[in-house]
Ligand binder design. Structure first.
Ligand code: ATP
Length: 285
C-alpha cells in the first residue's frame, strides 16, 4: 500500500481537574476525554525521496516543521530508520487553537497511517510513546476512544465506556493558546500523592451536569470573557449542560438527540466571527 486517507477527530474534555503544579513545571491533570465526529481529513502518501511535505488550504496553518503532523512524520522516520519520505495533505475542519486537539489528532493520524504504510511494526504502546513526545493529547488520539488521562494528559489511566451524546459546539473565531491559559491559572505545587480518584462519567445525560467541570475555564474566561456569553447562549438554546473544552475557547452543549442539537445550533444568537458545529461522541458507529 502506498496511499492512505484517515479522519483525525477532534475531542471534548467532559471533565478536567488540575491536581497541582509539578516540580518539573508541568501541571498534573486528570481529564475525561471523548473523540467526536468533527474531524480533519488527511491524505498520506509514501514517497521514495527522503522528504516530508505538508499541503493544506487552511489559512494560518504552519506547513513546515512546526506542524505537528510534520513532527510526527519525522519522529516515525527516525524511530524506524526509514530511507523514504511522506506527502501529507490536511483538510482542516477543526478550528486551530480551539481546545479541540486538532493538531495532536493530525499527528496521531500520521503515526497510525505511517505504521500501516510501513507494515505495522510499532505496537500501539510504541506509537503512544512517540505521540507523548509531540503533545500531551497525542497518546489519547492514538487510543482513539473515550479515556481518562493522567500525568500531563499523556498517560492513559483507563478506557471509558462509549457515550451517546450530541453536541452543539461554538467557537468565537479567536485562538487561545494553551500555554497562556495555564499561566493565567494559579495552582500550587502538587500535594504529595495527589488525588488519584478514578470515576466514570454517568451514561445518562441528565446526570452529566454534576460531572462536567473544567479547572481551565476560570483562567480562560479571564482572558476571553466572551466564553461566558457563549455558555449562556448555549444554555438558553436548550443544552442540558454546557462546558468549555480543553484550554478553550470552544464551548459545547450536550443534547440527547441530534435534532435538538441541530435546532439549538440554528436558534442560537450568533455574533460576528462565531462558528458553530454539530457533532456526536460516537464517531465510529
Ligand atoms: P490542545 O487542546 O491540544 O491544546 P488546541 O486544539 O487548543 O489543542 P491545536 O489546534 O491543536 O490547538 O493547535 C494549536 C497550535 O498548534 C496552532 O495555533 C498551530 O499553529 C499549531 N499547529 C501545528 N500543527 C497543527 C495542525 N496540524 N493542526 C492545527 N494546529 C497545528
Amino acid at each position: 500500500m502506498e496511499r492512505i486517507s484517515l479522519r483525525a477527530p477532534a475531542k471534548v474534555n467532559l471533565r478536567l481537574d488540575i491536581l497541582g503544579k509539578r516540580p518539573d513545571g508541568y501541571h498534573e491533570i486528570r481529564t475525561w476525554i471523548y473523540p467526536i465526529s468533527l474531524a480533519d481529513e488527511l491524505y498520506i502518501e509514501k514517497i521514495k525521496t527522503a522528504r516530508i511535505t505538508i499541503s493544506s488550504a487552511s489559512p494560518g496553518l504552519p506547513l513546515g516543521e512546526e506542524n505537528l503532523a510534520h513532527r510526527a512524520a519525522a519522529l516515525f522516520i527516525k524511530a524506524r530508520d526509514l530511507s523514504g519520505g511522506i506527502k501529507i495533505e490536511i483538510i482542516k475542519h477543526i478550528p486551530l487553537a480551539a481546545g479541540l486537539g486538532g493538531g495532536s489528532s493530525d499527528a496521531a493520524a500520521v503515526l497510525k497511517a505511517m505504521n500501516i504504510l510501513w507494515g505495522k511494526k510499532i505496537p500501539s504502546e510504541g506509537l503512544m510513546e512517540l505521540g507523548a513526545r509531540i503533545g500531551a493529547d497525542c497518546p489519547f488520539f492514538v487510543v482513539g476512544q473515550g479515556a481518562l488521562m493522567g500525568g500531563k494528559g499523556e498517560r492513559v489511566l483507563t478506557v471509558l465506556p462509549p457515550l451517546k451524546a450530541w453536541l452543539a459546539l461554538i467557537n468565537p473565531g479567536l485562538p487561545l493558546a494553551t500555554k497562556d491559559v495555564y499561566q493565567q491559572g494559579k495552582w500550587g505545587l502538587t500535594k504529595q500523592g495527589g488525588d488519584t480518584r478514578i470515576s466514570m462519567p454517568p451514561q445518562e445525560l441528565e446526570k452529566m451536569g454534576k460531572f462536567l467541570h473544567n479547572d481551565l475555564e476560570g483562567p480562560a474566561l479571564e482572558l476571553m470573557p466572551i466564553i461566558g456569553t457563549i455558555k449562556e447562549r448555549l444554555r438558553a438554546a436548550g443544552a442540558s449542560s454546557v462546558l468549555m473544552t480543553g484550554s478553550g475557547p470552544t464551548v459545547f452543549g450536550l443534547f440527547s438527540k441530534e435534532a435538538e442539537a441541530r435546532q439549538a445550533a440554528k436558534d442560537l444568537k450568533m455574533e460576528q466571527g462565531w462558528v458553530s458545529f454539530v457533532a456526536n461522541t460516537f464517531p465510529d458507529e
